[in-house]
Ligand binder design. Sequence first.
Ligand code: UT7
Length: 327
Amino acid sequence: MIYSKVIGVGSFVPEKVLNNDELCNIVDTSDEWITSRTGIKERRIAEDGLVTSDIAAEAAKKALKLSGLNPLDIELILVGTITPDMIFPSTACIVQEKLGLKNAAAFDISAGCSGFIYSLSVADSFIKSGKYKNVLVIGADLLSRITDYTDRSTCVLFGDGGGAIVLTANTENTRGILSTHMHSEGGHDDILMLKGGGSLMPASIESVNNREHYIKMKGSELFRYAVNYLKAVAEEAIKFNNLKPEDIDLFVPHQANIRIIEATAKKLNFPMEKVFVNVEKYGNTSSGSIPIALDEAYMSGRLKEGGIVLIDAIGAGLTWASSVIRW
Ligand code: UT7
């Protein structure tokens, strides 16, 4: 049996902080509303000139350093993102060039906020099939570039950042990815989408004037899907691995809203001490959310070798996914 073992983890967020009080100068909102409805206190915003591939490359550099691998050992680079530097070439190819990973194939995966777990799942399949031994998996998003700062119902939620892990084939023990589960349900464009700039609506003066190049979201509808689907996909993972909820050492859910995290944890019978939360610092960073959390959990000693971690996420599509990893 081949397992995809995590041998490196890293993350990067821009320096500039935008806190709730500062947002009150931009839209009609309050720290009280944002904190009580979302748990978010501040988020990071990339300075001009910083692009998604920079965030991805910085996170990947740290993960690669920790892995001890040579850049030329990496055979595949996957980047989960909905904010690529440009429509093409892929951000993964740009990261490849920035880091000199000359022996790797590289491509992006678009799965909304599930982008990192989808990428992890693809990486795991390539490693399990024997095709590749060393894979770099990145989740990075620069949501401030597609956020409408005149729309108070969305602009308080999003931030910028990314994280990365390095996976290697392991046949000696059971450390590594124990399972991945992915789901999709099209037909929910009205709940979460960015319409402009694709083949449906190429950029035009009209599309710009109608603010079609920004995220549009129906938050409360998405909220209901989020709690139900995140619970279901976590239970699927627990059952698949013949585990009980108490066997999970750390639950690392997508960081979109503390109320979604708490409601999901409650439905799964996870005490909050076993749930990793950093949404107050970064808001929702889409594909960056899970790998940033994994890096912080690891660096703060909450992810120990051999510990069992459950991750899950939901995003545009809809897409939702989970994975269980023996760290
Ligand atoms: O990453 C993908 C996953 N994303 C998510 O899962 C996001 C899911 N949704 C959410 O997190 C929540 O639905 C939100 C945080 C987006 C909104 O919370 P809510 O409790 O569902 O509020 P709501 O949308 O039902 O709005 C309640 C009220 C409305 O006022 P009225 O109509 O009741 O008078 C809004 O106009 O809150 C108002 N409101 C605000 N007020 C102050 C909406 N945004 C703001 C704001 N500041 N920023």
